[in-house]
Design a protein around this ligand. Structure first.
Ligand code: ATP
Ligand code: MG
Length: 367
């Protein structure tokens, strides 16, 4: 009998080898895909110019004010043509109320700029919405929201930025891809009952800190401070906003022992949120891990709720990292959650077939 020139590869090993090829190819494709969707240098310059112009105008009403970026423009999760989130801080004791400022600023910007202006003085957080139609200099236009004294938003932006800095290749790629995916699949719209970008980013961080074992990220809100901190320094509107923010120092002593590729993490993420997350009883908290809806008074028990509305509000629960009595996913409706979970399942199904990486990406993000 003739012996084979090589030992036959057992099925299991062949399977593992194909899987490795698939996730490596997909990871590479994910890096390249999000790389093409980053803002251009010119876009960043234009946005900074817009911020400065608006700051100059606001100072004609409130001389002691500063206009700061938050949201994706400031946390490293910005895609090309993303909107601008701006927050006006006023460093004087006698200042106008946020809703008065919104009305006055609205009038001023209407007179002095080419922006289309929409003041919303009675929103939960009063804002002025600005937009600029596409023009040759700025083919996709500009959308910008200006809020006032929203210091918690500045802090949660900084928290997300710090998480991104710990492991940029995996965390940024993951988050950026998920943002593109959720936009293209039309499940990124709190006004239509689905989840904001901010909500998706929190889901990713929650998964990387609390679900993955070993974790990909440490819990920055639970690392003890190096020296004592006072309550005045760490609390905003009564909420504790302290977190460990010296990422350079942290990375000298901490390194994740999780070596999975971004593709492996993404596959597992879709699986976890399709099947395993306890939607009906659980609250995803990046601060404290998985919590119970009851422990927060967020249960959506049909019999005990007084208003239809409040029951609707807690279908899906994601605790804000600082404003812990605030459910970031409160806008998600029954239909919205059905749609979101359906999309997680669809993504899982596509990836389970292990198509070629480019095919996988185009199917996942098909509009
Ligand atoms: P995009 O690039 O899609 O605009 P983004 O990262 O800017 O995404 P947004 O959802 O626009 O995310 O949110 C911007 C910022 O507004 C967040 O960083 C957060 O500070 C604040 N924010 C948004 N939604 C909420 C919410 N539901 N609760 C609390 N803060 C929120
Ligand atoms: Mg934004």
């Amino acid at each position: 009998s003739q012996s084979l020139p090589y030992a036959p590869v057992p099925n299991q090993r062949r399977h593992a080898y194909r899987h490795r090829l698939f996730v490596n190819e997909l990871s590479q494709a994910l890096f390249e895909f999000v790389g093409q969707l980053l803002p251009t240098a010119q876009e960043l310059v234009v946005k900074e110019d817009v911020r400065k112009l608006l700051e100059r105008l606001i100072r004609t009403i409130e001389p002691e004010s500063r206009l700061l970026s938050f949201g994706s423009t400031a946390n490293g999760f910005n895609l090309r043509n993303s909107d601008m989130d701006l927050c006006c801080l006023i460093d004087s004791d006698e200042r106008l109320s946020a809703s008065d400022l919104v009305v006055m600023l609205g009038d001023l910007l209407e007179r002095e700029t080419k922006f289309r202006v929409k003041p919303l003085p009675h929103a939960r957080i009063p804002i002025v919405k600005l937009s600029l139609d596409p023009s040759p200099g700025f083919p996709s236009g500009i959308a910008c929201d200006i809020g006032f004294e929203n210091r918690l938003a500045l802090e949660n932006t900084r928290l997300l930025m710090c998480y991104a800095m710990i492991d940029p290749p995996r965390v940024r790629t993951f988050v950026l891809f998920l943002k593109v995916w959720s936009k293209r699949r039309k499940i990124n719209s709190p006004y239509q009952g689905t989840l904001s970008s901010y909500g998706y980013v929190l889901l990713v961080i929650y998964f990387l800190v609390h679900v993955k074992n070993p974790p990909v990220l440490p819990n920055l809100q639970q690392i003890p401070p190096l020296r004592p901190v006072s309550k005045e320094d760490t609390h905003i509107n009564g909420y504790n906003t302290w977190f460990f923010d010296d990422i350079e120092l942290l990375c000298q002593s901490w390194r994740s022992s999780n070596t999975e590729t971004v593709a492996e993490l993404l596959i597992d993420f879709f699986r976890y949120y399709s099947r395993d997350f306890a939607y009906s009883t659980g609250v995803a908290s990046i601060r404290a891990g998985l919590l119970k809806k009851e422990s927060k008074g967020w249960q959506n028990d049909l019999s005990s709720s007084k208003f239809n509305d409040s029951r609707e509000r807690n279908r899906f629960c994601i605790e804000d990292p600082f404003e812990t009595d605030f459910n970031v996913a409160r806008c998600v409706t029954r239909e919205g959650l059905y749609q979101i979970r359906g999309e997680f399942m669809r993504a899982s199904r596509i990836l389970a077939m292990r198509p070629r990486a480019l095919v996988a990406l185009s199917q996942l993000c098909e509009e």
